[in-house]
Design a protein around this ligand. Structure first.
Ligand SMILES: NC(=O)CC[C@H](N)C(=O)O
Length: 337
């Protein structure tokens, strides 16, 4: 009988990378003061025995770090392992446990480069498993539920936090400390309740199987950096980043990606020297940058990031620049993904 149920259940692999979902604090009252990336994947799985009702689950420890320390090489390593598993006949879905600080970057990266329609779900938690009202167990249960559900196929990389199913492209950490940390300007795609998914929206942007990018063809990512716009800003950071080897600079601009008159000449000069300039907005949850609004992008030969926040714009620029150095092509890619 047990063998029969196992056959019917989906096979889900949990790739663990660290973060608070693998965190541990000294006392149950430590919801914010604790060490991330302490608990191994087998212990995480053993902590939620109900996972066995949803899927045949097995775990792999890909790395064990706090997500603010994830490097481009880590992204490539994870992306390549996801692709290998997605090709395997006996894998139906993949869950990635991840720190929440850069979860949105990894989810968007995978959304761009994984050529599969199998569900890929990225999940984290805001409180360590040792804390009162820890959220990791339920978030993980929901992630495995979504990853084992055929309905989740072909919808791009997903994020399950706080009972919601979010698009990995759109979602961003908008609140810290609280468990309702992840929001999208365009709303969640659905809800997951007691192991069942309820869908309401589909992504309109190109992703996974419809993407022109493929992790198998990417062996390194170019250096792309971010500089922040604010009152009284100088061009020091922009120049220093370029001097240090940045192939593209993401301007984390004020408002609709506006650029201070003290910074404009440096960015024009850098573009002439071959550095791509990409204007985004650091407005929380709703930056929206249009070409030639605020700055003459056609004249300057700059690119706009549209609704992508600066950290997501960095991911797309890196992936795009593995294929093209042409600013018009880059702009097309920024409209389509
Ligand atoms: N809630 C979290 O996961 C944050 C922990 C840590 N800073 C990380 O991103 O991995």
């Amino acid at each position: 009988k047990e063998a029969e149920t196992q056959q019917k259940l989906a096979n889900v692999v949990i790739l663990a990378t660290g973060g608070t979902i693998a965190g541990a604090g000294a006392s149950a009252a430590n919801s914010a003061t604790y060490q991330a990336a302490k608990v191994g994947v087998d212990k995480l799985i053993a902590g939620v025995p109900e996972l066995a009702d949803l899927a045949n689950v097995r775990g792999e420890q890909v790395m064990q770090i706090a997500s603010e320390s994830i490097s481009n090489d880590d992204l490539l390593k994870l992306g390549k392992r996801v692709a290998e598993l997605a090709e395997s006949k006996d894998v139906d879905g993949i869950v990635i446990t991840h720190g929440t600080d850069t979860l949105e970057e990894t989810a968007y990266f995978l959304n761009l480069v994984e050529k599969t329609d199998k569900p890929i779900v990225v999940v984290g938690s805001m409180r360590p498993g040792t804390a009162m009202s820890a959220d990791g167990m339920l978030n993980l249960y929901n992630a495995v539920a979504v990853a084992s559900d055929k309905q989740s196929r072909g919808k791009g990389v997903l994020v399950t936090m706080n009972d919601e199913i979010q698009s990995g492209r759109d979602v961003s950490k908008a609140v810290n400390i609280k468990t309702e940390a992840f929001k999208s300007a365009w709303g969640p795609m659905g809800m997951v309740v007691e192991g069942k998914s309820y869908w309401f929206r589909l992504p309109a942007k190109r992703h996974t199987v419809n993407s022109e990018f493929d992790i198998k063809q990417i062996s390194s990512l170019p250096q792309v950096d971010i500089a922040y716009g604010y009152g009284n800003v100088t061009d020091t950071a922009y120049k220093a980043l370029a001097q240090n080897g940045a192939k593209a600079l993401i301007h984390a601009g004020t408002g609709n990606g506006s650029v201070s008159s003290r910074v404009v000449p440096a960015l024009q000069e850098l573009r002439k020297n071959g550095v791509q300039i990409i204007r985004s907005s650091h407005v929380n949850q709703g930056g929206f940058v249009l070409r030639n609004a605020e700055q003459p992008d056609d004249k300057n030969d700059w690119v706009v990031a549209h609704d992508l926040n600066p950290q997501k714009a960095r991911i797309l620029a890196m992936v795009a620049m593995t294929r093209t150095q042409d600013s018009k092509e880059l702009q097309r890619i920024f409209w389509e993904y």
